[in-house]
Design a protein around this ligand. Structure first.
Ligand code: UDP
Length: 364
């Protein structure tokens, strides 16, 4: 793994929408844990700043009390910037400001950290976790990219394109990675389909329930009920849903129950930035059946690690279930090892950080 010029003290600033371990932060929680691992493997000293109640073993963790930020998906695109009284986001950045560090990496999808970028005399980098959702975020992101595009990284080309072609060409595409040792290959699946994610409208769970009905397979639903009213609506429409629901699981439990599924259904109703659940499924040897949209469309190799169908094509997904036997589960694990190992991801992260170090040296 490539090392940086000298060990750095890197502060990683978590999402302000939920404590680490709560599930409210979605994929950012796993991404942050894996980012910490790759940075530590590269010899960096890492400190994490996160909302109170966070759990992340093996790293210096500074917990900050305060009111959680509303999630971007629930806001109107044209809404003004929201910062509730006592918000944890600005408090986290006060803590960051008071710390000694060489480089900060922001994982919040929010206006404030982007706005603060030029006010620090040390590099503040941003790993953006979602596509374009809010006008004010697009505006401040464009401002950062206009002066320091090397500061911004995203997970997929499709995600970057939601911010427009200029930004997509400027930012670093990092993909994502995971600790493959935590995911066991399962060669012998059970006759059950899997669905993993936050239960919220943008994730399209009803489509997966419809596929389960059409194919006659039960569905294992794993994930945080992020929107309880929405879940109640689903349960009215699909009375079988509560029986399928497994809860919000630890990574260890998740990979066990996901690993023995015949296939993972990925049914986004938005441009998914990456889709951690895709790499987690492949790491267990589980083929992925997804809409050809966003990150999953870049991750799934049709006919090799799964199938892609047009967005919203539930019948197409059901037909793909019938073809899932053509996918070699060992090949899914192999592809995960090639593309999503912490070594592969760590190299891309190190290259991003080096680019920022040379830019900082150029500024000095
Ligand atoms: N997840 C989990 N336990 C569960 C279900 C999901 O820890 O029971 C995690 C999963 O590991 C993944 C995240 O939730 O990291 C979902 O991330 P993804 O990138 O797929 O979607 P996002 O929530 O970021 O939109």
């Amino acid at each position: 793994m490539p090392h940086l010029a000298s060990p750095l003290h890197i502060v990683c600033v978590s999402t302000p929408v939920g404590a680490l371990g709560s599930g409210l932060g979605g994929g950012v929680e796993l991404t942050l844990a894996n980012l910490v691992s790759v940075l530590q493997q590269q010899g960096q000293r890492v400190t994490v700043v996160a909302p109170a109640g966070s759990v992340l073993p093996g790293v210096e963790l500074i917990q900050v009390a305060g009111v959680l930020q509303p999630i971007a998906q629930n806001q109107d695109r044209h809404a003004p910037i929201t910062l509730p009284v006592g918000n944890v986001l600005s408090r986290m950045w006060q803590v960051v400001q008071a710390q000694p560090w060489d480089l900060a990496i922001n994982l919040a999808y929010d206006w404030l950290p982007l706005y603060l970028t030029p006010f620090f005399d040390r590099p503040v980098l941003h790993l953006i976790s979602m596509g374009s959702l809010l006008d004010y975020l697009d505006e401040v992101l464009a401002q950062v990219c206009a002066t320091a595009p090397q500061r911004v990284a995203m997970h997929s080309r499709a995600q970057a394109m939601t911010f427009g072609e200029t930004i997509a060409q400027q930012v670093t595409i990092l993909g994502n990675g995971l600790d493959l040792r935590q995911y066991e290959f399962c060669p012998d699946p059970q006759p059950v389909l899997g669905w993993v994610g936050r239960i919220a409208p943008e994730k399209g769970l009803p489509d997966a329930l419809a596929v389960a009905r059409q194919t006659g397979y039960p569905l294992r639903i794993m994930g945080k009920i992020a929107d309880p009213d929405y879940w109640q609506d689903i349960c009215r429409q699909f009375p079988e849903a509560p029986h399928y629901y497994q809860g919000f699981l630890s990574t260890h439990e998740l990979q066990k129950r996901l690993g023995s599924c015949l296939a993972l259904l990925v049914t986004p109703h938005w441009v998914e930035a990456f889709g951690n659940v895709v790499m987690e499924a492949l790491a267990c040897g589980v083929p992925v059946l997804s809409y050809a949209l966003g990150g999953p469309a870049e991750l799934v190799r049709a006919g090799e690690t799964g199938w892609l169908v047009p967005p919203g094509d539930v019948a197409g997904l059901a037909a793909a279930v019938a073809q899932v036997g053509q996918i070699d589960r060992r090949r899914c694990r192999q592809v995960a090892e090639q593309e999503f190992s912490l070594t592969a991801w760590g190299e891309r992260v190190a290259t991003w950080l080096r680019r920022n170090q040379s830019a900082a040296a150029g500024d000095a």
